[in-house]
Design a protein around this ligand. Structure first.
Ligand code: F6P
Length: 531
């Protein structure tokens, strides 16, 4: 399946892709959805490379698998589950069947309940025991934290509800800092956990309940829960009226569209949250209908496959020139690495090719003054993904926004063009000569020929954020299908959880003799110092 692509890659790997540009390339090597544009012209993918990549899609029956996902087939085969986060934003769509039953009435019913509750919290119709809710604390981890935490920050200009805080880490530093800044009599605590068993979340939830219990007579009355576990939420004492449920066909890292998005809905209001869902739905429809070469998630995925599996570039940097997207790289780390960090194919065979890449990043321009040195002159090639809006939210500071945009475009240009030795010499010829000139010039050379893609859009509003997140979800799906893996399980997180549970009594003083010597010695050291 990969042979022709490898042969093609060998033939083109040493050329400068800048030479591929003709009058058509800048438009041909883009995909658009409404006003959003993905530019992948600054890569070494040419017509033949693109055609070979697209050929992969037929070989793996991408269309059939995509339709199976949207139709509610149990494509998460290792857990026997459907994968239907798309149903959560299917506001105007028809029925979605799982095991012979339409799930949409329940999805829309839960959305209505969430909207009513969010409106009540925002208006003051739902009160804390000391008055109107001033602070919302979402306690959750992984997919029960990263989505809403990223989304609340991304949509900060639309945030007109109570303050929102996110507690995820079991490290007491996290919860104690948040609780110190809140008044327990006017705080709503949302316990977000699909399983309602995650040890970090349940530990933090109990801590928050005890904290609230010191100030109000009925702490559970200021708690809400987002979970698939009715028993778990009832046992915790949370009234069913404030429990927002969902089904196991919503994966944790794909769950911000439903109840897990409640904190975000309270922050920005139900109307803006619906706009966010509509943006995702817009991307879903595009993904379902557009030809592969015009299909934004598909082309973003194929660029990823080209860079990681064919060129062997094992990381990718996500670089939002949009400060409100500063948590997007962290969000994508879970979405992409928990989904596609698998070494075994769906049928249990070892993968013969790299699994998904290491994803990392920080907002530009901050990254420029930190790690871009390595991106430009390090020995590894790191494909970059830039995100940039035409406009910010501060019209009076538009000149600053223009500077931001110029920086974004300059980086992709610099990565592509680089600076050769002659030009580098010219930069320092007035200061040095002879061997010293050569030495100094060499340090100022940029190899260039480094690929990047740019996702550009008018403004980061709720609709656009929905488009962006759904774009990345479908990109992960396509990459997973091409690799033949199950993007929807996460067995790789289990071993550490089991060992942590076994280690807890040892850390607290039980016998460490069954442990390896390094672990036992570290326990001993930490005990000597007071753990
Ligand atoms: O440990 C990984 C994980 O299972 C993620 O997949 C999930 O998003 C996170 O833990 C939190 O799980 P839960 O929502 O059940 O608390």
């Amino acid at each position: 399946m990969w042979g022709k692509l490898h042969i093609h890659h060998e033939a083109v790997e040493n050329r400068r892709f800048e030479t591929l540009f003709d009058v058509k390339r800048a438009d041909d090597f883009t995909a658009s959805v409404g006003d959003m544009r993905l530019d992948y012209a600054k890569t070494n993918i040419d017509e033949r490379g693109r055609a070979l990549l697209i050929d992969l899609l037929d070989q793996v029956d991408l269309a059939g698998k995509r339709d199976a996902m949207f139709d509610g087939t149990a494509i998460n085969e290792t857990e026997g589950r459907a994968v239907l986060h798309t149903a959560l934003r299917n506001l105007d769509g028809g029925p979605v069947m799982v095991d012979g039953a339409d799930v949409m009435p329940e999805v829309l019913g839960t959305l209505d309940r969430m909207e009513k509750f969010a409106a009540d919290v925002r208006s003051g119709a739902f009160k804390g025991q000391g008055g109107k809710i001033t602070d919302v604390v979402n306690i959750g981890i992984g997919g029960s934290d990263l989505g809403p935490a990223m989304g609340v920050l991304a949509l900060a200009p639309y945030h007109d509800g109570p303050r929102c805080h996110f507690v995820s880490n079991v490290d007491p530093a996290d919860i104690s800092q948040v609780l110190r800044s809140c008044d327990p009599t006017t705080t709503l605590v949302i316990v977000a956990s699909k399983t309602f068993t995650t040890i970090e979340t349940m530990t933090n939830a109990r801590t928050a309940k005890a904290w609230m219990g010191e100030s109000v007579s009925d702490p559970a009355a200021q708690f809400a829960a987002l979970s698939t576990s009715e028993d778990g939420t009832a046992a915790f004492g949370i009234d069913a009226a404030r429990v927002f449920g969902f089904e196991d066909w919503v994966g944790g890292r794909y769950s911000m569209w439903g109840p897990i998005g409640l904190s975000m809905m309270i922050a920005i209001g139900p109307d803006a949250f619906r706009a966010f869902l509509r943006g995702a739905r817009d991307m879903d429809r595009h993904f379902q209908a557009a030809d592969w070469s015009e299909n934004m998630p598909v082309m973003l995925a194929l660029v990823g496959i080209w860079h990681n599996q064919i060129c062997g570039y094992s990381t990718r940097a996500v670089l939002p020139y949009d400060n409100n997207l500063s948590r997007l790289p962290a969000y994508l780390q879970q979405l992409e690495m928990e989904s596609n960090g698998k070494g075994v194919s769906m049928d249990g065979e070892d993968l013969s090719i790299n699994s998904g890449p290491v994803v990392w990043g920080e907002p530009g321009t901050n990254g420029q003054h930190a790690f871009y040195q390595l991106i430009h002159q390090g020995t590894r090639v790191i494909p970059c993904e830039f995100l940039v809006a035409a406009r910010g939210h501060d019209d009076d500071l538009h000149h600053q926004h223009q500077l931001l945009v110029a920086n974004c475009l300059a980086q992709s240009e610099a990565l592509m063009k680089g600076r050769d030795l002659d030009e580098a010499r010219g930069k320092v010829a007035d200061k040095f000569e002879g061997a010293e000139l050569e030495r100094q010039a060499k340090h100022r050379v940029f190899a260039g020929n480094r690929p990047s893609v740019t996702i550009a859009y008018p403004k980061l509003d709720p609709f656009t954020l929905g488009q962006i997140i759904a774009l990345y979800e479908h990109r992960v799906f396509v990459e997973g299908v091409v690799l033949g893996i199950n993007s929807y399980d996460q067995w790789g997180v289990e071993l550490g959880k089991e060992l942590a549970t076994a280690l807890q009594p040892i850390v607290e003083g039980a016998d460490a003799s069954g442990k390896d010597e390094s672990t036992a010695a570290l326990v001993g050291f930490l005990q000597q110092h007071g753990v």
